[in-house]
Design a binder for this molecule. Sequence first.
Ligand code: IPE
Ligand code: MG
Length: 225
Amino acid sequence: MDGNGRWAKERGLPRRKGHEEGGQSIRAIMQAGLKLGIDILTFYAFSSENWKRPEEEVRGLMALLPRMLSKHENILHDNGTRLRAIGRIEGLPDHARKELDRVMAATESYTDRHLVLALNYGSRTELADAAQRLARQVQAGELDPESIDEEALAGALYAPDLPDPDVMIRTSGEQRLSNFLLWQLSYAEFVFVPEYWPDFREEAFVRALQQYEQRDRRYGGVNPC
Ligand code: IPE
Ligand code: MG
């Protein structure tokens, strides 16, 4: 989700307004996802690098998070969607963490769909955390270093039960990964769209998915002719 600040700036509004409008896009994309039969959506909401932003903006984002969670909780219950979080969520402020934990617990039994929020998330940190986890298992004599393969590493990530994403969409014209799901996106299709996140609603989402549908995924192989 990128471009909230630029969206606001173009309208002479504070960045906070861009983030609020961006929150409405999350709702719109969740609803579009339901309509389109997309069972897992992951939103990169706050990166481990976003702490570098001005204190006031960080505070605003951390206040927005619990507000959005309680406002959109009904969509989760109505559609059997489990809320998940990836990232070092222990680093979030208590008030945000509390609401996040509450909604995650309230939706824990749902298995039909997943809504994943990347919060205080950095992919390099996730990989380092996975390495630590495996190292501790080796130290405890539970794991043989020789058996650490791709599957073992994938199993030590933050949400090991979720499949790799098929498509990664970034808004606002930026064409970077910015430390997002480096491992999991190895074979994903990347779609970069010009819209700022607050303008990214169902129509733009469908257009992005149409681009994805036209891609020819070979996973390193060749197509039979
Ligand atoms: C995305 O929009 C906001 C977050 C996910 C924190 P930005 O705040 O990065 O917007 P620009 O890049 O300044 O326009
Ligand atoms: Mg940005």
